[in-house]
Design a protein around this ligand. Structure first.
Ligand SMILES: *[C@@H]1O[C@H](CO)[C@@H](O)[C@H](O)[C@H]1NC(C)=O
Ligand SMILES: *[C@@H]1O[C@H](CO)[C@@H](O)[C@H](O)[C@H]1NC(C)=O
Ligand SMILES: *[C@@H]1O[C@H](CO)[C@@H](O)[C@H](O)[C@H]1NC(C)=O
Length: 601
């Protein structure tokens, strides 16, 4: 970046907004974004006048394509820049908006009497957040907000179906939310404790062991009923690997929607499954006032922390708790809790100098409920993490090709683009090409795609197939009979998931009690634990961390995964896609073989 740009940034921070105000910004408005509310939401009432809203304004990142080029070069094991990750400052320069955009937005804000000290800017100045009364937002965006109610959950949110901006401002703003976003962010886990199915004891030696012909590995037979840390180490060829940690290595687990990781439960889990880790714990980071309520252990948070840490101990671990707990009640004068909370988390973590090298997230939502403009910006945030050397891992969702409607007879996979077409429903952020998405398997010999719930998989309707999938994914599409599911999925989209891991019958501790739990939510933290161990292998050799994994996974890394050959992922009233030889949109390239991967990294 030229020095003059930097100077201008500094200048813009100092000059009061009002000085720059030009009446021209109040010119003619034109619709910037328009959405149809997803199935199941009804317009309910008018929000109270004193209701406030926290708006996020995303300014365009004109150099994002350069960042993307850097990201692919430093993440490609075949490239001479492999591992030469970018610094925080380098990334910030590449996502900074153009000074003209900064100025245009400043002028518009100033014309509504908003001062610099009333807004917050991200370090790269590509995001602005401000909390204002709803009436003011309505004026600025020439729109009308309503309280919308979700018929199924009863949740209320304050949204609009369309907003406008002065014509001259359109090219200087990518996105403003919350406006048209009706997402319902959820954890991807399904509890399976039933009164007639008590969690079995940890290891039942009486069952003996089984040798898996696909991998040649011997696994306790009890692992077919109950997955433990020891089972995962056996299945994925990590037995005998001496875990250790260099000071640079770290792993992070994110928690949202009021999911708290319980410290006492973690100790009890360690005592049972990872005795050498007893007494160790995680560092807690609160994002946006996210709580750490030890009286409310969360199934999801406990699952994620117990398995990510149980595999990766003694690597330094962090648990992030990001605020934002539904149901939101629009009658109180607190700001709406809003957008998909990853954007808040991303703001916070991108601002950290030292970010955990592997980060696992087991939450997501139907891609179509996240407006494309917003999904692209969140996805760009994950690219920034990758460029800085972070491996970002997401679970691929638990509803196969569908949207989670529990009754397969009444499929509800309708598009909310106004056409009300039937279409498969991929999950975001798993569909972001800059994250590694993880599907779920079960059983041990052979390991197959899960069948109690269905491993999320399919093709993005927003993101095109990335270069790293240009062999693997067409290879799969060629196996489909001509016309299969025509119109139900985007053949040119980014394929999901990338890889898979065990995802059912995990034994965890919640509230002092053992529980059995499953979901791609289980697969992601387990996989992330092994990635952290692979980083350790590299760091100990004085090499940089793996960073964005996919270019490695789809090239030399692919031989470090065991191809899964059986199963499918039902949804939308169909059997979904089939697991096949090679990559498939159910289990990706397969499950990890740590022993092999550690020689490949
Ligand atoms: C979409 O079509 C389905 C079936 O044809 C119908 O049940 C549903 O109500 C429609 N949804 C909307 C929002 O029109
Ligand atoms: C594992 O359990 C499944 C059913 O839960 C069963 O079909 C399969 O035969 C078992 N496999 C082994 C190797 O025990
Ligand atoms: C999946 O496999 C079944 C059984 O071989 C076959 O009938 C079906 O057409 C396949 N589905 C897809 C989407 O490939």
């Amino acid at each position: 970046m030229q020095p003059s740009f930097r100077f201008l940034f500094a200048l813009l921070c100092i000059v009061p907004l009002a000085v720059l105000s030009l009446p021209a910004q109040n010119g003619l408005y034109e619709v910037k974004e328009h959405a149809h509310p997803p199935h199941g939401w009804i317009q309910h009432s008018v929000p109270p006048a004193d209701h406030t809203i926290s708006l996020r304004i995303g300014l365009p990142q004109p150099n994002f394509n350069i960042l993307e080029t850097h990201l692919y070069e430093v993440s490609d094991p075949g490239h001479h820049r492999y591992g030469q990750h970018l610094s925080k400052e380098e990334v910030e320069e590449l996502v900074a908006p153009h000074p003209e955009s900064l100025q245009a937005v400043n002028e518009w804000l100033a014309s509504h009497g908003i001062q610099e000290d009333e807004i917050t800017r991200s370090p790269a100045k590509d995001w602005i957040t401000l909390t204002i009364p709803i009436g003011m937002a309505e004026k600025m965006l020439d729109t009308k907000y309503h309280v919308w109610k979700n018929l199924k959950t009863g949740d209320d949110i304050v949204r609009t179906t369309s907003y406008s901006l002065p014509i001259g401002l359109h090219e200087h703003v990518d996105v403003i939310q919350p406006t048209t976003m009706f997402a319902q962010f959820k954890p991807f886990r399904s509890t399976i404790v039933k009164s007639n199915e008590e969690p079995s004891s940890v290891i039942n030696d009486a069952l003996g062991s089984i040798t898996n012909p696909a991998t040649g590995l011997t696994v306790d037979a009890s692992c077919n009923q109950t997955i433990t840390i020891s089972c995962l180490n056996q299945l994925y060829n990590a037995v005998g690997y001496k875990q250790s940690s260099t000071s640079k290595n770290s792993i992070g687990v994110t928690g949202y929607v009021g999911e708290y990781a319980n410290l006492a439960d973690l100790q009890q889990f360690y005592a049972e499954q990872r005795p050498d880790a007893r007494g160790s714990s995680f560092r807690f980071i609160s994002v946006n006032g996210g709580l750490n309520d030890q009286s409310k252990p969360g199934f999801e948070a406990n699952l994620d922390v117990q398995f990510a840490l149980g595999i990766s101990y003694p690597i330094l671990a962090t648990f992030y708790s990001t605020a934002g707990t539904p149901p939101f009640k629009p009658d109180v004068i607190t700001p709406t809790n809003t957008n998909e909370p990853y954007s808040d988390w991303l703001d916070s973590v991108i601002n950290q100098v030292d970010i955990p090298l592997t980060i696992s997230t087991s939450y997501g939502d139907d891609e179509q409920t996240v407006p494309e403009s917003f999904a692209r910006r969140v996805c760009s945030g994950f690219a920034q993490l990758g460029a800085r050397g972070v491996s970002v891992v997401f679970s691929s969702g638990d509803f196969g090709v569908g949207d989670g409607n529990p009754d397969p007879a009444t499929q509800t996979c309708f598009t909310n683009d106004g056409n009300n077409q039937t279409k498969f429903i991929p999950v975001f952020p798993a569909t972001c090409p800059f994250v590694t998405s993880v599907g779920a398997t079960q059983n041990i010999s052979p390991e197959v795609a899960v069948s109690r719930f269905f491993s999320g998989g399919g093709f993005s309707n927003y993101f095109l197939r990335p270069a790293y999938q240009k062999r693997a994914v067409p290879g799969y599409l060629d196996t489909l009979e001509h016309g299969t599911y025509q119109g139900l999925f985007n053949r040119n989209g980014r394929g999901v998931p990338d890889i898979a891991a065990q995802g059912d019958r995990f034994r965890i501790i919640v509230g002092g009690q053992p529980a059995m739990i499953g979901g791609t939510s289980a697969a992601a933290p387990a996989l992330a634990g092994f990635i952290a161990l692979l980083n350790e292998v590299r760091l100990r050799q004085g090499r940089p961390p793996l960073g964005f994994l996919n270019p490695f996974i789809y090239s030399i890394g692919s031989s470090g995964f065991t191809d899964i050959l059986s199963g499918h992922n039902s949804g939308c009233g169909t059997p979904g896609f089939n697991v096949t030889k090679g990559w498939d949109p159910v289990t990706g390239l397969g499950t990890p073989n740590f022993g092999r991967l550690k020689n490949l990294v």
